[in-house]
Design a binder for this molecule. Structure first.
Ligand code: SAM
Length: 223
């Protein structure tokens, strides 16, 4: 943790209940939807609205789906994640990188490689989010955009303590703080989509709970 990060957080904030290597937890592919269909379409709409045309994209912590609409005209989509089977099943990816960000927060790409970096429902698993976000600033082109989307579901043993100890309503501020502390990015906006009726086809519909919330924070490269 760099000294600026230590001013705001404790080392213990980023401990997990399961401290083993992430490659163990993610060794089996999970071909599941982490969100209900309405929340998934919100994710797709946010990416479609914010990602520029003809973009080179990095999907950070990618799984079997990058949530990029078919009609988005993209140049390339690189998926960085931990499970090869999940990444190979992702038909939107043009390149695959297996890389554990909790072992090595540096991103294996040259400076100014991407127009957009996206991160979907995964920020809660990073033990060095500030350092990873500094790297995001480095690999983005000067006019690039970083878009982070998250909900309220998680794999609890792998989520960092500070995420679990922060109320859902305060997690946007937590993500904004990670971004600002990176000193490489500037928050440009945020949004919340919540309280909508859960789709009838969803397995949790019978419990009468709303659709999964979608929180978004996006940032530009600090000039
Ligand atoms: C909840 S899934 C989300 C997958 C995908 N982003 C999506 O929207 O469906 C979390 C993903 O983060 C990746 N991941 C978890 N820990 C990681 C780490 N330390 N380094 C890189 N990727 C990681 C896993 O491979 C997994 O696919």
């Amino acid at each position: 943790m760099n000294s600026l990060t230590l001013k705001y957080f404790n080392e213990t904030d980023f401990l997990r209940d399961d401290q083993r290597a992430d490659s163990i937890f993610y060794s089996n592919p999970r071909f599941v939807n982490h969100l209900d269909s309405l929340a998934l379409s919100t994710v797709e709409n946010i990416y479609a609205r914010l990602i520029p045309k003809e973009a080179d994209i990095l999907d950070l912590m990618a799984g079997p789906d990058s949530h990029l609409k078919e009609e988005l005209v993209l140049k390339s989509v690189t998926g960085l994640g931990l499970n090869k089977d999940e990444l190979e099943a992702n038909t939107q990816l043009s390149a695959i990188i297996i890389h554990d960000l909790n072992e090595d927060y540096s991103l294996p790409f040259n400076n100014h490689t991407f127009d957009a970096v996206i991160n979907t429902v995964s920020v809660d698993y990073l033990i060095r989010p500030v350092d990873v976000f500094s790297e995001v600033g480095r690999v983005l082109r000067p006019d690039g955009i970083f878009i982070l989307l998250f909900s309220n579901r998680m794999f609890p043993p792998k989520a960092v303590k500070i995420w679990k100890n922060t109320l859902e309503k305060d997690r946007i501020d937590l993500v904004k703080k990670f971004i600002t502390l990176s000193e490489a990015l500037v928050v440009q906006g945020y949004s919340e989509s919540k309280g909508k009726p859960r789709p009838e086809d969803d397995k949790y519909f019978k419990y009468g709970i709303p659709s999964d919330p979608i929180y978004a924070v996006w940032a530009s490269v600090k000039k």
